[in-house]
Write a protein that binds this ligand. Structure first.
Ligand SMILES: Cc1cc2nc3c(=O)[nH]c(=O)nc-3n(C[C@H](O)[C@H](O)[C@H](O)COP(=O)(O)O)c2cc1C
Length: 215
């Protein structure tokens, strides 16, 4: 990936960008993200944690200026700050609470704002490709819900997996964490914390070359 109109900081790094999409401060998504990134950190040093609620940004307006500019130039907001980290990090963790059988509005807005990474051929509708593809990017997605069964999660995991795969990530794990309602209650479930921490460790390991040296 070259440093282009995204304002990329340079070369692609093995680092991991972690995104939590809950509007609830100190909620279960926050703790799950911390646990997953804790696992990543046992293997990869460069880790960045982002709570989307701390950033002011709009959903994609569909202005299509990114088709010409190859960057989101139609909106200048919190996503402008996050694009360089997305581009530069080979690993991505995306955690969301289940809101009405789907990802949170914050997580959906984040995903939609990644539309600027696509190249579309004329005329439209027509073929497309992602400028994040072909770079051995890997992702883990996780969803936390109140209802005890995975059916209460609806389409949430797929709503993250499909767009991340389209962008060029290999989604190596999709973690379902049902049965959690109270703020931060997931911390009282060490079996869950251990499971997601291990998923983070495996993500970190998958980003390293066979020698174990960071690329
Ligand atoms: C607007 C809203 C919609 C929700 N929809 C669902 C749902 O469809 N299924 C479910 O199991 N839980 C649902 N929940 C419960 C949350 O997913 C659950 O409390 C979760 O632990 C919240 O995570 P957080 O603390 O990271 O925000 C909903 C909560 C809110 C606020």
């Amino acid at each position: 990936m070259t440093g282009d109109a995204f304002g990329a900081r340079g070369e692609l790094r093995p680092g991991v960008l972690g995104i939590a999409g809950s509007p609830r401060r100190g909620g279960n998504s926050d703790h799950l993200l911390d646990a997953i990134l804790g696992g990543v950190r046992t293997v990869v040093g460069e880790v960045e944690a982002v709570r989307l609620r701390d950033y002011r940004f709009e959903s994609c307006t569909g202005c299509e200026r990114c088709r010409v500019d190859r960057a989101c130039t139609g909106l200048r907001d919190g996503m402008t700050l996050l694009y360089p980290s997305i581009v530069a990090s080979r690993g991505l963790v995306l955690v969301t609470p289940v809101h009405n059988y789907n990802v949170s509005a914050l997580a959906k807005a984040f995903i939609d704002r990644c539309y600027c990474f696509y190249d579309f051929e004329d005329p439209r509708p027509g073929p497309w490709s992602s400028r994040l593809a072909g770079q051995e990017r890997k992702a883990v997605v996780a969803a936390v819900a109140e209802q005890p069964g995975e059916e209460g999660m609806g389409v949430t995991l797929e709503a993250m997996r499909l767009p991340l795969e389209a962008l060029g990530y290999e989604v190596i794990d999709a973690l379902a964490v049902p049965g959690m309602f109270d703020r931060g209650v997931v911390r009282r479930h060490p079996e869950v914390i251990d499971r997601v921490r291990e998923a983070g460790r495996l993500l970190g390991t998958s980003l390293l070359p066979a020698t174990g040296d960071p690329r």
